[in-house]
Design a protein around this ligand. Structure first.
Ligand code: PMP
Length: 292
């Protein structure tokens, strides 16, 4: 198997294998019903030549909650070790990490008890992107999954809601969709939480239907932002709007429908601070990093 050693490796049910070798049966429950749970995690190259994962325990704990809800056994310590082993096997430093736990085969029915359970981790090298273009946000015609129907965890099936909103936003010429509830309150974007700045004060939009983002919690702690419900009207009148998430990091928003924002100076500061922290350049936040 020497020829395959340079091929990317994935963790699949307890071992590292070449990325194209595992096969899931076509009757896989998660493929039919979305009965799986995933995470989106990042690792970064650090100044000492190594790499570190940002807030790995928090990501794995959120994944455990989703797994528990689906009746999937989930060992946080072993699942976390698999993340680190996959990164090492692929020699990845700046990477996006995708763990997935899912229900496999055993029945085509909805009772999950007879089903096999699986776990995988894929890692993908990411570009170190410099401050990109600010995104144009459009209010979605879709509502977010209500928490009373589907808890805001990273359950696979729930992301069909994000896929529809993203598709609609792109078709209408926007970069990203903003979910707003029936009362006009801001929920979140398809894969990121929302912040605003007004007269120098920073607010993180809170909503029961929004994912409790780990980047959001990080920025609330760093900036002292107030976490509270925000109406769409209030957001439109903000001086700056930004969204944040593991993949998005801290992303400035250029416009919301026809409302245009300025050049987002505070957002750029938070973006730079976040970039230093995740790369280990801020020793007082080293507790958020797990060395690979
Ligand atoms: N909301 C949604 C719907 C998401 O998918 C994500 C990405 N996980 C976020 C918010 C941001 O969460 P985090 O900062 O934990 O990545």
């Amino acid at each position: 198997n020497d020829a395959a050693t340079d091929a990317p490796r994935v963790w699949f049910d307890g071992k590292l294998v070449a990325i194209d070798s595992p096969q899931a049966p076509l009757t896989t429950h998660a493929m039919h019903y979305g009965s799986g749970v995933f995470e989106g995690i990042r690792s970064y190259a650090t100044a000492d030549g190594g790499a570190a994962v940002f807030r790995l325990p928090e990501h794995m704990e959120r994944m455990r909650k989703g797994a528990e809800l689906l009746g999937i056994d989930f060992d946080v310590a072993r699942a976390s070790e698999a993340v680190l082993e996959t990164l090492r096997a692929n020699r990845h430093a700046d990477a996006y990490i995708r763990p997935l736990a899912w229900l496999g085969s055993g029945t085509i029915g909805l009772d999950v008890a007879p089903l096999t359970q699986h776990y995988m981790v894929a890692t993908m090298a990411t570009q170190v992107h410099l401050a990109g273009k600010a995104a144009r946000l459009g209010v979605s015609g879709w509502r977010r999954n209500p928490a009373t129907s589907l808890p805001p965890l990273k359950l696979c099936g729930g992301y069909v809601n994000s896929v529809l909103a993203k598709r609609e936003a792109k078709q209408r010429g926007f970069d990203e969709a903003l979910f707003v509830d029936a009362e006009g309150f801001v929920v979140e974007c398809t894969g990121a939480n929302v912040f605003m700045v007004r007269n120098g004060s920073i607010t993180a939009a809170s909503h029961p239907d929004a994912l409790d983002g780990i980047t959001r919690a990080t920025l609330v702690e760093l900036t002292g932002a107030h976490s509270r419900p925000v109406s769409l009207e209030e957001l439109r009148q903000a001086d700056e709007v930004f969204v944040c998430g593991t993949a998005a990091e801290v992303a400035p928003i250029a416009s919301l429908d026809d409302a245009v924002f300025g050049d987002n100076p505070l957002t750029r500061e938070f973006q730079a601070l976040y970039a230093r922290i995740v790369r280990g350049a801020e020793p007082r936040h080293a507790r958020w990093l797990t060395v690979v």
